[in-house]
Design a protein around this ligand. Structure first.
Ligand code: SF4
Length: 468
């Protein structure tokens, strides 16, 4: 994904700056006799791309819950001592992205609460509630005091209100008042539970490791800890794991609306979400792109890393050479840069450098996964021209992003979505490319082989919001 420089410490996956941010990664582990804190730590490493502002792990031992968390990347937050202090057989882990104004230590997750009879609960979630303002006011009027600005705290309050009921029933009762996109992990002293919103906007899957059970935002985290993929948590479903194993409860059923952007950009390519392989969706998007638009060119150049799979698919379909002619610096760390306009331009150069001997005097098809603000693409095109490229055709493996996301992806100011303001021809002019082409919504739909277009949320492309 291209975009202006919004992240103060480099991009784990994309071409440079990420204009859009994923809202969090979840990892839960029920594993008597297993090193749950350590395996959760490894699971969070696999989900680092979903959030880099803070990380945390809470562990339950049957009697109480202990938590270690802090600001920063997983590797910065934990050390040998903190992991060894987390003794128990159930764990919930979280990596968090948050908008700048909400990026405060109090909001780091998992959140741990005490409620009736000194019982404890840890909660972590991925997504965003549409009705959080209303729910906050409702709770506030009844005297509830908040310590954070998170939706997780709101949800914990509603769970605590159903404290006479088993955890699974309490979660289903909460589902009736929560609107929006969320996947949720809740841990008590003895149980681990998960819930997915009725549309399934944000991903969540279940795996098996020995006699233990794992819940994770993406299947790549199951692979990392050696867990076997069991199945995806269904939209609206509640899973409760205790000493007898998991039990499943069906919640409200709406139409499926899995986030298309998870496949286009957010999720790791080695993940399989709701039965659909991320890397193959990206590759087929490139193939569809080649069927829709094929300018005369000498080679296909991916924008690393987010455009690689689509560029490979494009090159294969078009019968053109696929050459990695943009060198990515993978060591741009977290001590990086302040997000000013000058630094935005510099950030692209720090991260990507064209290899002149590959692109000089060539007609190049530059493939990226998406275009949100246009700044990075403009810089890339300019750098390629300086390196002597003859023509640059910028091809995007997704449709124009015109609408903000209310379901847990931070899309920033809607005014900054360039396709909401400018036509494709105006955008081409702005980025300085010889031609520019977006994959059609129909083409994107064809890139999915297991999910139909009706199973996806594509609201940021077409403005059709599945839930309001
Ligand atoms: S609006 Fe876009 S980013 Fe948000 S859930 Fe839908 S497809 Fe994903």
């Amino acid at each position: 994904m291209e975009g202006s420089f919004a992240l103060p410490y480099g991009d784990l996956k994309g071409s440079g700056s990420k204009a859009w941010q994923e809202a969090c990664g979840l990892f839960g582990f029920y594993g008597p006799g297993q090193p749950v804190a350590r395996l959760t730590y490894y699971g969070l490493f696999a989900l680092q791309h979903r959030g880099q502002e803070s990380a945390g792990i809470a562990v339950a031992d049957g009697q109480s819950i202990r938590v270690e968390k802090g600001m920063g990347w997983v590797a910065e937050v934990f050390n040998r001592e903190s992991l060894e202090s987390l003794q128990g057989h159930i764990a919930v882990g979280h990596t968090r992205y948050a908008p700048k104004e909400e990026n405060i230590p109090m909001n780091t997750q998992p959140l741990v609460f005490r409620y009736l009879h000194n019982r404890m609960m840890a909660i972590a979630h991925n997504g965003r509630l549409l009705n959080s303002t209303q729910l906050r006011q409702e709770l506030g009027r009844s005297g509830v005091i908040f310590q954070t600005t998170t939706d997780s705290e709101l949800i914990a309050n509603f769970i605590a209100r159903h404290n006479q009921r088993p955890l699974g029933e309490a979660l289903l009762a909460c589902q009736k008042v929560l609107k929006g996109g969320y996947s949720l992990l809740v841990m008590t002293e003895r149980e681990l539970a998960a819930m997915r919103d009725p549309f399934g906007f944000r991903p969540l899957c279940l795996g098996r490791i020995g006699q233990g059970w794992v819940l994770a935002s993406e299947s790549c985290a199951l692979d990392t800890v050696g867990a076997e993929f069991w199945r995806d948590v269904e939209p609206g479903e509640v899973v409760v794991i205790g000493h007898k194993g998991p039990s499943f409860m069906k919640g409200e059923i709406c139409r499926r609306a899995h986030c298309a952007f998870e496949y286009i950009y957010f999720a790791r390519p080695d993940s399989i979400l709701d039965g659909e392989s991320v890397i193959w969706v990206r590759r087929r998007s490139g193939q569809e792109l080649a069927r829709e638009y094929r300018p005369e060119a000498d080679l296909v150049l991916p924008v690393p890393d987010s455009g690689i799979a689509a560029a490979a698919g494009y090159a294969e379909e078009a019968g053109l050479p696929f050459i990695e002619g943009l060198m990515k610096n993978r060591y741009v760390g977290r001590t990086f840069i302040q997000p000013s306009q000058d630094m935005r331009d510099l950030s692209v150069r720090l991260k990507l450098n064209p290899i002149a001997s590959i692109v000089k005097n060539k007609r190049v098809i530059l493939v990226d996964d998406s275009l949100v603000r246009g700044t990075t693409s403009r810089n890339l095109v300019s750098m390629l021209r300086q390196a002597g490229v003859k023509e640059v055709h910028l091809l995007l493996a997704s449709p124009p992003v015109k609408y903000p996301c209310p379901y847990g992806i931070n899309t920033g100011d809607p005014q900054e979505l360039i396709a909401a303001r400018l036509s494709p021809e105006e955008i081409r002019e702005y980025v300085g490319a010889d031609s520019l082409y977006y994959l059609s919504l129909e083409g994107l739909g064809r890139a999915f082989h297991r999910l139909s277009p009706g199973d996806l949320c594509t609201a940021c492309f077409d403005g059709r919001y599945p839930a309001s």
